[in-house]
Design a protein around this ligand. Structure first.
Ligand SMILES: [Fe+2]
Length: 406
């Protein structure tokens, strides 16, 4: 059994991974963002992944680089650490300069928070943002948020970038109370890959490579009690990953219990755990028997399991299944679609027309946005927001007089 201080962490100087703007959205791993580079479709699509999350519930977030005529397009900004900029510079040397940066989502805070910093790193790049950008708690104009107005355009409203190589397909808009949900997917014709942000994900039971750099979040959650020391093994990493997937999917899965505070404190006094990395021994979770079955329903063993994230289905689209189906119908009409590249979890995932059709039919025939089992917490949350008038009962009502065709 290994003390957490003995866990091997791959070394890269802290200065290359530093993200000084982390207090704007204080998510784990705070000021230090390790980056993993992936060649997704050779010569065409690349990815850079970093971790983002709360209390070690961290999932990978991806910036996708797309080859366009005469250069590169970046989709979904990430904090531009030296390490990330070095990777992008290597791609620029081979494939041309970064011409365009796209923020294709209206609501995904984890994707928009680093747009200003990334834009400053590429002062000549054009910026394109999804319509309906909003900030909370105050609605601020984009340039107040640090996005330079002079080189920023709004997708669909002011045209679309790189139409010679890309077609763009909008999901939404929907009124979600605090603001709007919308994301604009990009189909890259040369690679036949569809880039999405949060609309679809594919999850595997194998932990992402990013955790090889520092497996602490996996080992923290792989434990069954707060007084258990960290133990590093492939099985424990897989177990921790399965629990992270459950947290990220359902926020509070059904078979997770919060133990009494006294027990949590008592367990935290075990020697070897009194340090920041182990959250000073505080581990307020108890997993009930059978949780593995819930997790296995979300993950594929040999290949990623494509799905709509439960949070999206139950909190964003609960009363708008038809909008989602309509978007899938548009994907079915794309000739030659082959790959899916989401901004979270696995990529690229095989995604041919037949698979899109099967997914569309499965969703159409299944019970959408249920409140059963693991979905209970999301269900209660949505019903509370609905009852208090925070979210509207008809998410399409606010947009019914607008021409939304892009
Ligand atoms: Fe996201």
């Amino acid at each position: 059994m290994a003390n957490q201080s003995e866990i091997k962490v791959k070394k890269e100087p802290y200065s290359n991974q530093s993200w000084p703007w982390w207090p704007l959205l204080p998510l784990y791993p705070y000021g230090r963002r390790r980056t993993v580079f992936e060649e997704l479709i050779p010569g065409n699509i690349w990815g850079f992944q970093q971790l983002q999350g709360l209390y070690y519930v961290a999932v990978p977030v991806r910036l996708t680089v797309v080859k366009v005529s005469n250069g590169l397009m970046l989709i979904n900004p990430l904090p531009p650490t030296s390490e990330l900029l070095r990777g992008l510079s290597a791609l620029e040397k081979q494939y041309g300069p970064v011409l365009t940066i796209v923020l294709p989502t209206a609501s995904g805070l984890e994707h928009k928070i680093s747009l200003p910093a990334l834009a400053r790193s590429f002062p000549k790049a054009d910026l394109w943002v999804c319509p309906g950008q909003w900030s909370f708690p105050f609605a601020l104009p984009l340039d107040w948020l640090g996005v330079p107005k002079s080189r920023t355009k709004v997708l669909l409203d002011q045209g679309l970038p790189h139409q010679e190589t890309c077609s763009w397909i909008s999901l939404g808009p929907l009124d979600i109370g605090l603001g709007r949900f919308q994301e604009v997917a990009c189909f890259h014709k040369p690679s036949r890959a569809l880039m999405v942000t949060d609309a679809l994900i594919g999850i595997e039971s194998k932990p992402p490579e990013l955790f090889d750099l520092d497996p602490t979040p996996l080992l923290f959650h792989a434990r069954d009690r707060g007084d258990q020391l960290f133990e590093d093994s492939p099985q424990m990493r897989k177990k921790g990953w399965a629990r992270l997937v459950l947290f990220a999917s359902f926020l509070r899965p059904k078979l997770l219990e919060i133990p009494p505070l006294l027990d949590v404190i008592r367990n935290s006094f075990k020697p070897g755990l009194r340090n920041a990395k182990a959250h000073f021994g505080l581990f307020p979770f108890t997993w009930k028997e059978g949780w593995e079955i819930s997790a296995s329903n979300l993950m594929g063993d040999k290949k990623p399991l494509i799905q709509v994230a439960p949070v999206l289905e139950r909190l964003v689209f609960p009363r708008a299944k038809q909008s989602f189906i309509k978007w899938l119908d548009e994907l079915i009409r794309i000739k030659g679609i082959r790959w899916l590249v989401p901004a979270h979890f696995s990529a690229p995932i095989e995604f041919r027309t037949g698979q899109v059709k099967r997914l569309r039919n499965r969703i159409n025939n299944s019970r959408w946005a249920t409140g059963e089992g693991d979905w209970g917490f999301l269900d209660t949350l949505d019903n509370t927001l609905l009852k208090r008038g925070v979210v509207p009962s008809d998410p399409l009502e606010a947009f019914k007089d607008q021409d939304l065709q892009g």
